[in-house]
Design a protein around this ligand. Structure first.
Ligand SMILES: *Cc1c(COP(=O)(O)O)cnc(C)c1O
Length: 395
């Protein structure tokens, strides 16, 4: 009998997670209720940030973040080409132009020197991505941004649990964004969160999450008045009263998802330990391969290991990446590729005229990139099978 395929990522859901969701389903709040706030508090406490705003997806979190820092038509954001589309799309939703800066050849994260060169007078945000789970060069990036008064938004979808010089990923930019998609560190099905120490940005993101509507007595009337009937003038507004002060979205997350999140975050340390052990195993197994470059780790930061990405030394191989990929898949090792450089996607080419050759380091990385399975539920036998199959196939 053939072995079961091993996916590149998979959620870990236990009976206690199921029980937490069942309890939420029997509660009074299926939509946004007290469990959302409890989940926000748990994540904020874990990462040492003042505010956490939970939303429907990681993409929504990035949209909230870009809106909160004031991105609008005619503005530019700068991000990395080696990311999921959402990192750039968040700017597109607001009418901004997305510019890119090339990556470092070793960490595959934004190269600070290239970033500095990509900034123009129109740049209104830098969106960095902690690719694979290793934080970017945040001191250099924050220095570049601060000198120009530009906010840094960190797409920390890969890096929950990582650290940079002892500080938690998610606390390193003006705003950070997490994703709780099923393949990420803690799985809610769909879900996301923004993190910030800034009271004003947090309030703005809470407003944006729910249509731009507020019932907060302290805010009522602050956007100009108002409803002419018996709502105004009284010491207390009537209980039905609310104001739509901005154009927001329905980006709410549910109590059901947040109950799962509260249950999952208790296991984050266990998940991280297992991810790190598997990554260490891979480092050892592939570190001396003539065909493979293992991920480079900076010593002043830790990696949360969302992904383990091999870079194939194509010139030393008899096969193409495509051949190696297809052969691994055929043997049940469900490798993947992260990411097709975003500037080469048809939408970005058509909107902004990007072309092959624009970001050569990112394109060279992509040509040899191969993501191998990594998730906490992998058994030791799974890990050994991945190693053996990759060693005999990648050559
Ligand atoms: C997963 C991911 C997102 C978006 O997450 P969703 O929750 O799927 O919307 C954004 N950026 C990166 C780098 C991601 O990996």
């Amino acid at each position: 009998m053939a072995d079961q395929p091993i996916p590149y990522a998979r959620q870990s859901i236990d009976d206690d997670d199921v029980a937490a969701v069942a309890q939420a389903l029997r509660g009074d709040w299926l939509t946004q209720g007290p469990t959302v706030a409890a989940f926000e508090t748990a994540v904020a406490a874990r990462l040492g940030v003042k505010h956490a705003v939970a939303v429907a997806t990681g993409t929504a979190a990035l949209h909230c973040a870009c809106e909160a820092v004031g991105i609008g038509p005619g503005d530019e954001i700068v991000t990395t080409p080696i990311t999921f589309a959402a990192s750039g799309n968040a700017g597109l939703y607001l009418g901004a132009t997305v510019r890119f800066a090339d990556i470092r050849p070793d960490t595959y994260c934004l190269d600070p020197a290239k970033l500095a060169a990509a900034i123009t007078p129109k740049t209104k945000a830098i969106v960095t991505v902690d690719f694979t789970g290793q934080p970017c060069d945040m001191d250099e990036i924050n220095r570049i941004a601060d000198a120009r008064g530009i906010p840094v938004i960190v797409d920390a979808a890969h890096s929950l649990g990582a650290t940079y010089k002892g500080r938690a990923a998610g606390s390193l930019g003006r705003i950070s964004a997490l994703s709780f998609h099923a393949v990420k560190h803690i799985a809610l099905g769909e879900g996301g969160m923004t993190l910030t120490d800034d009271d004003g940005l947090a309030a703005r993101m809470r407003l944006f999450r729910t249509h731009g509507i507020t019932r907060d007595a302290a805010r009522l009337g602050s956007a100009g008045v108002v409803e002419p009937a018996d709502a105004v003038g009284a010491a207390e507004p009537p209980a039905w009263y609310y104001e739509m002060q901005e154009l927001g979205f329905n980006y709410r997350i549910t109590d059901i998802q947040s109950a799962l999140g509260l249950s999952q975050i208790k296991k984050l340390d266990r998940f991280l330990a297992r991810r790190r052990a598997i990554a260490a195993h891979y480092d050892e197994a592939f570190g001396n391969s003539p065909h493979i470059v293992v991920p480079h780790q900076e010593t002043d930061r830790t990696n949360a290991w969302h992904l383990y990405v091999l870079k194939l030394r194509l010139h030393a191989m008899k096969k193409s990446r495509r051949q190696a990929f297809d052969e691994l898949r055929a043997q049940g090792i469900e490798v993947n590729v992260h990411y097709i450089p975003l500037h080469l996607q048809p939408y970005y080419r058509q909107a902004f005229g990007y072309k092959r050759g624009d970001f050569p380091v990112a394109e060279a990385f992509y040509a040899g990139a191969l993501t191998i399975p990594l998730f906490p539920g992998m058994s030791d036998a799974d890990v050994e099978r991945v190693i053996a199959t990759v060693q005999k196939t990648v050559r």
